[in-house]
Design a protein around this ligand. Structure first.
Ligand code: NAG
Ligand code: NAG
Length: 272
């Protein structure tokens, strides 16, 4: 396996390196957002400059759109942020939002359920820190109505400039879960660009609604990109420092295989 991975590394260094890079994985997230209909039904545009990874205790890093149970996502997740490249600075203040974008095909630009809203978060050690933040809505785990289909829960990190001003009604801490107009909130408060975002899917009970087949099917075919990056992250995260180089070789073998699928998907999307 070591020899084989050396061979792959020698023959295909470009593809291998690319499949592991944050910039490449960010492209995968962008493709997922479009395929799942989150762009444009919730977000008019999405050009992130960092990779956002959602991590729940006992589950690990989620792949984009990963289907998880309500129980698994009950506790507050860790939100990891990785810049696309070294010219991106992550030293500002940000606002973190989690919203229920409902099932694919729902037009929800003007009203989504707010599950988490924290102003003034910072990025510390590659993850979102709320140590000097204001939690307007504390994290409240997904709770979709039984039989209402697979809901898409989107976590978004917005740039929060000094001129940010929380609109009345959402300026005090500890306001509960409720519907709100995400895009109006962003505009009225003066939030900046989306820095990064990702999403997960939770379904409770048997769906009685028909979800747009297009988004479900095509979204799942995109999972090799995420699987590749997730495997890399998982192996480097698992506490086994002495095995690091072997893990990296293993990950790049996997990365090469899946990156072909990923690259052709991205090319296919561009040409579609
Ligand atoms: C870094 O990433 C940003 C956002 O994706 C991109 O606009 C920029 O061109 C990249 N810069 C370099 C040097 O790759
Ligand atoms: C920060 O997050 C933790 C974990 O969710 C929470 O218990 C705490 O209340 C939060 N603090 C602030 C200031 O938001």
């Amino acid at each position: 396996m070591f020899t084989l991975s050396l061979l792959f590394a020698a023959v295909l260094p470009f593809v291998s390196a690319q499949s592991d890079s944050p910039a490449f994985r960010i492209e995968g997230v962008e493709a997922h957002f479009t395929q799942a209909g989150i762009v444009p039904s919730l977000l008019p545009t999405f050009n992130p400059s960092a990779l956002l990874t959602i991590n729940y205790d006992g589950v690990g890093d989620l792949t984009p759109g990963q289907s998880v149970s309500q129980e698994q996502v009950g506790p507050t997740p860790t939100v990891k942020i990785e810049a696309a490249n070294s010219s991106i600075s992550l030293s500002d203040k940000y606002t973190l939002v989690m919203a229920d974008a409902d099932v694919a095909g729902t037009t929800n630009e003007n009203s989504v359920t707010r599950h988490w809203l924290v102003n003034g978060v910072t990025i510390s050690n590659g993850q979102v820190s709320n140590s000097s933040a204001t939690a307007i809505t504390q994290y409240a785990g997904p709770a979709p109505a039984e039989g209402s289909g697979p809901h898409r829960y989107v976590i978004i990190l917005y740039q929060q400039p000094d001129s940010f001003s929380a609109p009345s009604g959402l300026s005090e801490p500890n306001i509960g879960v409720d519907k709100f107009d995400l895009n109006a909130y962003v505009k009225d408060s003066g939030l900046g660009n989306i820095i990064a975002a990702n999403y997960l899917t939770v379904e409770v009970g048997q769906s009685t609604v028909s979800v747009s087949a297009t988004s479900a099917v095509e979204s799942s075919t995109l999972s090799p990109i995420a699987t590749s990056s997730n495997s890399g992250t998982a192996s480097s995260d698992s506490a086994n420092p002495t095995q690091t180089s072997n893990n990296e070789n293993g990950a790049s073998i996997f990365g090469v295989t899946t990156s072909f699928v990923g690259l052709s998907l991205v090319l296919g999307l561009l040409m579609a």
